[in-house]
Design a protein around this ligand. Sequence first.
Ligand SMILES: [Mn+2]
Length: 318
Amino acid sequence: MKLASRINSILPSVNGDILKALDKLANVEGITSVDLNYPEHFEQYSVKEIERKIKELNLEVNGLALRFRKHFLNGELGNSNQSISEDAKTLCLEAVDTCRALEGKVITVWLGFDGFDYPFQMNYEQTWQQVKEYLQQVADYAPELKISIEYKPYQERSYALIDSIGTTMLMVKEIDRKNVGVTVDYCHMLMKRENPAYGMNIAQVRGKLFGVHLNDGYGTHDDGLMLGTVSLMQTLEFLYYLKKEDYKQVIYFDTFPIREEPIAEITQNVKMIKQLDRLLDNVGMDYIQEVISQNNAIDVNELFLKCLKGEEVENLRV
Ligand SMILES: [Mn+2]
């Protein structure tokens, strides 16, 4: 199982020093991979220095995630000011170059500012086409990399342009490039009132699942809580489908420890995912498949009870 975690969780505890944050992250047992934000994580040290540190720590670079700052407040690739949307594309291409230098595989694009707050504010179709064409250009610039769209229904904007598994898959289909797919974020799915396993499975079975962000929350906000702590059964179902389809890519803990000691928090996420993975084995993948094939809520409830049985949980040690 390849696991990564949010570096920004650690940064405040190391005076914002990215190399020290990587040191700490690598010390967490079970963490194998790293996702860096572009450009924010490349402001203190050169790419070479970061690369050297990552190699020294024996971590694998999964990829880079774009972080668009204030310049893009009114939109990134979809900005109606063409000089700003061109800047957004340039930032994407720079991220591609940096990702190549670090031998990463995935560029994650979350367009947090491409959206609208008012009726009559956005030209929907024009913006859609513009974003589509820019993403095609980014994909064609980086045919050996995966370009993955991470959607979120709202926040930063009241409505995002790409807001759900449905609009993301439509965008991916219209972009029509093999190397463009989806990153699903569990909390974002809850915010859209998607059932995470279902939404993820839509992308997964079509070969378009390029990234998974796990966390938990109550559905209204991007709470970024430790995984499995609120919606345990939905998390278990999500992990069941990842396992069933033999997901081999990185799982990234996108959680926000604000009051918690970050390393302890990341450690809990690792422990939880390993425990839930063993629980699936213990309950039995075939048995779960059999329950699903019955399409019967009573059988499903029996499955829950089986998951809760003490003696089985007792056998589960990380
Ligand atoms: Mn995320």
